[in-house]
Ligand binder design. Structure first.
Ligand code: PLP
Length: 394
């Protein structure tokens, strides 16, 4: 019988734990989404999102997952035959690119070892070669949830500028926003894509796009067909509410308002520092397990290690999905699995959203037990290393 006792330890890199405060805030009677009372809530949410995105520019939303927001960015920015550049950083960057291809957009990928942070010099070199400015945009993923590697968005912007290239810079921040520092305006990002279910601590089902003035200008001439996703409709040209297409999911907005209040009460910098502590504690545990040819951190660059998710690579011949199965069935702990070519080779510990030290230590202790139970060679003392670090930071 699977163990369903006590708290379900949810350590996936998204969706994430939904705080009780947010659940309670969503426990609300339905209200008229066309009325002034709701408009006030929505206005508070969009203003709060701007502070989290660190932008003064436009933010639009949809009832959708991150996949929908990916698609919205593509159909709003491009025409069939346009070319975009995709720095290959992992499963999610590849998938965003594949979706673009499905719309007749030409994709050029810049290869990169999935275990390493992307080298912006490669981007600069490729854009310098593109003298005719055929490349319309760069599609990048800030934090590759599939690998646990974070990529240098600010330096990628500098690379585009150094090449004096007009390409739009589109960045997926689905597993970094609200967990790690991100600055839309300062870093010169034209289009930002995010979903509700990770750093924003909400259920899955809302997604948002930050849009620069330059991206809005590109939208005005982009020819791919779009209706639900159409930014012009969402900006009030043809949609009666002005900022949403169709019935507005008011309960999500109640939740979002609470989530934004929670992030601001803690302070964004403190939120990022907490994620860093929990991420570093996790990495120290994995480094201790690495002894005796045990599991290792998938991300190899110290500067590229994500504070929201850690990818843990098992030694050859061991099945990461079996280890995850033991964690869930015996101990009621849910971990993320390997995606695409990493399936079975790697498991992922999500440490983003509504989490504290005790929750992370509980998860690390459970993984250490599962390493024993699956016979994976490893060094002892991972949890101790994490504890010592957390004590030193307390
Ligand atoms: N991009 C990244 C970096 C993600 O982590 C995910 C999901 O985990 C997605 C895109 C897809 O988002 P969704 O599952 O909400 O469609």
């Amino acid at each position: 019988m699977p163990n369903t006792n006590g708290v379900h330890f949810f350590m996936n890199p998204g969706p994430t734990n939904i705080p009780d405060r947010i659940l309670r805030a969503m426990d609300h009677a339905t209200m008229d989404f066309t009325g002034a009372a709701f408009k006030e809530i929505a206005d508070e949410c969009f203003a709060g999102l701007k502070r989290v995105f660190k932008t003064e520019q436009t933010i639009l939303g949809y009832a959708s997952t991150g996949h929908g927001a990916w698609e919205a960015a593509l159909v709003n920015l491009f025409s069939p035959g346009d070319k975009v550049l995709v720095p290959e950083t992992g499963y999610f960057s590849v998938n965003w690119g594949m979706r673009a291809e499905a719309f007749g957009i030409e994709i050029e990928t810049i290869g990169n070892d999935w275990r390493r942070a992307f080298d912006p010099a490669k981007l600069e070199a490729r854009l310098r070669e593109d003298k005719g400015h055929q490349i319309k945009a760069v599609l990048a993923v800030h934090n590759e949830t599939s690998t646990g590697v974070v990529h240098p968005v600010a330096a990628m912007r500098q690379a585009i500028d150094a090449a004096k290239h007009p390409a739009l810079f589109c960045v997926d921040v689905i597993s970094s926003l609200g967990s790690m520092d991100f600055r839309m305006d300062e870093w010169g990002v034209d289009v930002v894509v995010v979903g509700s279910q990770k750093g924003l601590m909400l259920p899955t089902g809302m997604a948002f796009t930050g849009i620069s003035a330059k991206a809005l200008a590109a939208n005005a001439v982009a020819k791919l067909p779009r209706v639900y996703w159409d930014w012009q409709r969402l900006l009030g040209q043809g949609s009666h509410q002005g900022y949403w297409n169709g019935t507005i999911p008011v309960h999500f907005f109640y939740g979002l308002r609470e989530a934004l209040r929670m992030l601001e009460e803690e302070g964004l910098d403190n939120v990022f520092a907490r994620h860093h502590r929990l991420g570093e504690a996790t990495r120290r545990a994995v480094r201790a397990w690495r002894q005796n040819n045990g599991p290792e951190l998938f991300g190899m660059d110290p500067s590229g290690q994500s504070d929201s998710v850690t990818g843990v690579l098992l030694p050859d011949g061991f099945d990461a999905d079996k280890l995850r199965q033991i964690c869930i069935e015996k101990f009621n702990l849910s971990l993320g699995g390997g995606l695409g070519p990493l399936k079975g080779k790697l498991f992922r510990i999500g440490h983003l959203g509504d989490l504290n030290e005790a929750m992370v230590l509980g998860a690390l202790a459970t993984v250490e037990m599962a390493l024993d139970l699956t016979g994976v060679p490893h060094g002892k003392g991972g949890v101790l290393a994490a504890m010592e670090y957390l004590v030193s930071e307390a």
